[in-house]
Design a protein around this ligand. Structure first.
Ligand SMILES: Nc1ncnc2c1ncn2[C@@H]1O[C@H](COP(=O)(O)OP(=O)(O)OP(=O)(O)O)[C@@H](O)[C@H]1O
Ligand SMILES: [Mg+2]
Length: 253
């Protein structure tokens, strides 16, 4: 069974894109057929995987809005065994163009259900909002992974995110389940990181991943070199953490 995992949190800068890229790289390393979908008009995932969002067409914008464009039509070969459905700034317009369509929340799901090659994992990177494009991701997904930064006030908003997600599940995608909550940007020595993780475990119990993603500047350097962290710094603690996360995700039912 193909697993479609959306990485979402309406809070910005919590590690959604970094997690999408490096979890994908970890899953590939474990031998899984993996694709990623960029649903953020800023195209950070697209850039991280070596493509220029200003010139890369067709993109997820076309996929969401044009019936004749299929998933296969927009896929890019990243040379890393990760297939990429890229995004560009046109996606901003998708929000209001989708709005008037009766199928506005199910476009991505419909297009993924058309004949195409199967994957073990499709990971969806989403923008820091809960607009219609993100809702398309939540409706297409089978699982939700929420990265939560362990810095100041990081837990704020996670509950409201989940409230919205359960509403979407009830109305639009009953199969959607919470895969897990991932502590990110963990400063190993900071006491606020420890208390943030403790708070997450109190609220989300066994849904908090055993993996914690440590803070490391390598995480910002790797995408600038168009490399995953697993390629750029395979011996770093953060690369090890993402590989461990891939194992944890692949073990989860
Ligand atoms: N483990 C880490 N250690 C240090 N820096 C990190 C780590 N993970 C991500 N970063 C950096 O933090 C910033 C935000 O990360 P990222 O882009 O993955 O978050 P995001 O949730 O996708 O952001 P947005 O909401 O803007 O899409 C980036 O500059 C990234 O390089
Ligand atoms: Mg992002």
């Amino acid at each position: 069974m193909e697993r479609i995992i959306i990485v979402a949190n309406q809070k910005g800068g919590v590690g959604k894109t970094t997690t999408t890229v490096n979890l994908a790289a970890g899953l590939v390393q474990l031998g899984y057929r993996t694709a990623v979908i960029d649903l953020d008009s800023q195209g950070a995932l697209t850039i991280s995987l070596g493509f220029d969002p200003y010139t890369t067409r067709p993109s997820t914008y076309n996929l969401l809005l044009e019936e004749e464009i299929t998933f296969v039509d927009i896929l890019k070969d990243t040379g890393k065994n990760i297939d990429l459905a890229p995004a560009n700034a046109e996606l901003i317009a998708a929000e209001y163009k989708l709005y008037t369509r009766p199928d506005r929340t199910s476009r991505l799901r419909a297009t993924l259900q058309l004949p195409r090659q199967p994957y073990d994992f499709i990971l969806i990177d989403s923008p820091p909002n809960l607009g219609l494009v993100t809702v398309n991701g939540l409706v297409a997904a089978t699982e939700l992974l929420i990265p939560v930064a362990t810095n100041y006030l990081s837990m704020r908003g996670v509950r409201s995110l989940l409230d919205s997600v359960w509403l979407i599940r009830e109305k639009l995608n009953p199969q959607l389940k919470l895969l897990g909550v991932l502590p990110t940007l963990v400063h190993p020595k900071a006491t606020h990181a420890k208390s943030a993780i403790y708070e997450m475990q109190t609220v989300f119990k066994q849904k908090v991943f055993q993996t914690h993603i440590p803070y490391d500047d390598i995480a910002a350097t790797a995408p600038a070199m168009r490399k995953t962290i697993l390629e750029y710094a395979p011996n770093s603690a953060v690369a090890a953490a993402y590989l461990y996360l891939a194992k944890e995700v692949s073990r989860a039912e």
